[in-house]
Write a protein that binds this ligand. Sequence first.
Ligand code: HEC
Length: 150
Amino acid sequence: MHKKYYLFSFLVLIVLISIGCREVTAEMSEPIVFEPTPATSEKLSEGARPVIEVKIVGNSSAGEEWFTSQGCNACHSTGNDKLVGPGQLGIYERAATRSEYSSPEDYIESSIRYPAEYIVEGYTNLMPTTWEDAEKQEIADIIEYLKTLK
Ligand code: HEC
């Protein structure tokens, strides 16, 4: 009886000590590692190009101003009259018939930037190459204006 009691208290002691000595470790959350998806890493290696595309919208009154400020009107009437160059009346519809070009816009832009590329029948290559580097916005505006001449 006596022996059993000692043995029992000894066991209780061991249990208490082992509970007391148990190391309590705080749960650590996993570190967050950024792993780019295959698509992202492909884009990054290509040299991250902008995703937003800017759509240029032409403004016809800005185009009308450009037409006079640039002196287009010195050679082009806005009607049917021939000056140095053809009158611009109906130019947008006419541009659509230039089948070498993908669109009327493409023809008008090329006519302004590279006038020598397509010489209108009955005219000579007298249009200057002043506007080869015209702004995209200026081209969009003049196209919008020329569309109104019908
Ligand atoms: C010095 C005179 C001159 C000036 C200035 C001039 N052009 Fe012309 N342009 C011409 C001549 C000549 C042609 C016809 C020959 C050719 O196709 O290049 C022509 C052709 C064009 C055509 C094609 C017309 C068609 O019926 O297919 C367009 C469009 C045009 N010009 C726009 C412009 C605009 C816009 C400006 C001003 C930014 C301008 N031009 C300034 C002389 C001029």
